[in-house]
Every structure is written in C-alpha cells, then in structure tokens.
Design a protein around this ligand. Sequence first.
Ligand SMILES: *[C@@H]1O[C@H](CO)[C@@H](O)[C@H](O)[C@H]1NC(C)=O
Ligand SMILES: *[C@@H]1O[C@H](CO)[C@@H](O)[C@H](O)[C@H]1NC(C)=O
Length: 219
Amino acid sequence: MVSKVTAFLVILIHIHAVSSSDPDPVDDFCVPRTNLSSDALSCKNSTLVTVEDFVYAGIKSPGDFKKTGFAATPVSSTVFPGLNTLGMSFVRADFAAGGVNVPHYHPRATEVGFVLEGKIYSGFIDTKNRVFARVLEKGEVMVFPRGLVHFQMNVGDSPATILGSFDSQNPGLVKIPAAIFGSEIKDELLLKAFGFNSKELAKLRKHFQFQGGLSPTPS
Ligand SMILES: *[C@@H]1O[C@H](CO)[C@@H](O)[C@H](O)[C@H]1NC(C)=O
Ligand SMILES: *[C@@H]1O[C@H](CO)[C@@H](O)[C@H](O)[C@H]1NC(C)=O
C-alpha cells in the first residue's frame, strides 16, 4: 500500500515537473486574456488578436542605470504577453562605466548575451567552480548554460548595453548576494557557513536587504 502511494506521488511529481517546463506550442500563438501567469493557458479569441499583441516597445530606451550602475529591463511573457507559450524571452541590460551585473542564475533558461555597445567582462562558473570569462567587444555573443552562475562588468569608459535571449518565456532570476544576504535565512546558519562575525553579517544584510532575495523579474 505504502509503496503504491509512493509510486503515485512520484508519478504526480514527475507530471508536475513535465508540465511546468515550457510547453511546445499546439497552436500558432496563445496571447493570454490577461497578464496573469495563472491564466496563461486561457488564450484571447484569435480574431481579437492584432499585430500590437506581437510588438513590444518597452526596451527602446535604456533602463535607469545611473544610480546603481546597472539596469536590467526584462521582456518576459509577464510584460509582453505575445511571448506566451513560445518558449523564449529576452532582457536589455544597461551598464554605466564600471557597472556590474552581480553573479546570478536563471533556473529555467540558457541565455545568449549579445553586446550591442561597449566592452564587457563576462563569464560563468561551472559546477566544478571553473570560471569561463573574458572581455567581450561590441558585436560578440556569449552563451550562459542553463542554471549556471554568471556575471558581467562594464570595463570600458562609456555606457554599455547587452541584449540577452532566453529559451524560456519565464527564465527566473536568482541574484546570489540577495538570495543569501537579503533573504530570511537564519543569521546563525550564515555566520557558521561563511565564518563572519555578527557585525560583518549585519553590514551585508543591510546592503542587500533592498533587493529582497528572489526577484520576480528575470535579467
Ligand atoms: C499587460 O501588461 C502590459 C504592460 O504592463 C500593459 O500595457 C497591458 O495593458 C496589460 N494587459 C492586460 C490585458 O492587462
Ligand atoms: C471568436 O470571435 C468570433 C468573432 O467575434 C466568434 O465568431 C467566435 O465564436 C469566437 N470564438 C470563440 C472560441 O469564442
């Protein structure tokens, strides 16, 4: 009996895992009725769909990178519903000179980053902690394999811009510093894990608090 229940649970979990990956489209498109992801499978009547559903103008201009040195403007199905069910999305990332995109990963997507402008030190870390990084020039492209931690820094003396493409309509974003120090993990655990003293930890907590751990928007 117990093993039957276990097998059933395993099957359920498996079905859930399968159905939560980006599906292959079964129609030309499925522009959702609303922007809510819970309603993603309910498509607008296609006779009501227009070209405007497939056009997005939100990354014409750079994000507001002046204050922090970096701004990511995500173009996922959340802001551009026309992407729904199509299995891709993208992001515009703008950097001031010296600006940094902190180490982060996308749990559901591989990313290809294309340097539109500037010189960007760019790389990722594999599961053996080997770093693959170098300075990318304008026009060069780098791929960041799914789920691996990656990072970028503008090493030129003027603003830089990258366009990142993802093979998921909702790649997800985990910024490492915010996930660790901006989250509600117990202090005691972090002190032991990193060998900090309480004062050092408090400083990091304060610095990363504003990022609030897991961010709902990709970059
Ligand atoms: C969906 O979101 C976009 C961008 O935030 C907004 O312009 C649009 O009006 C929204 N559409 C609906 C149906 O709520
Ligand atoms: C879609 O809209 C058309 C035109 O208004 C209508 O004839 C059709 O029945 C609608 N289809 C569905 C599935 O609601």
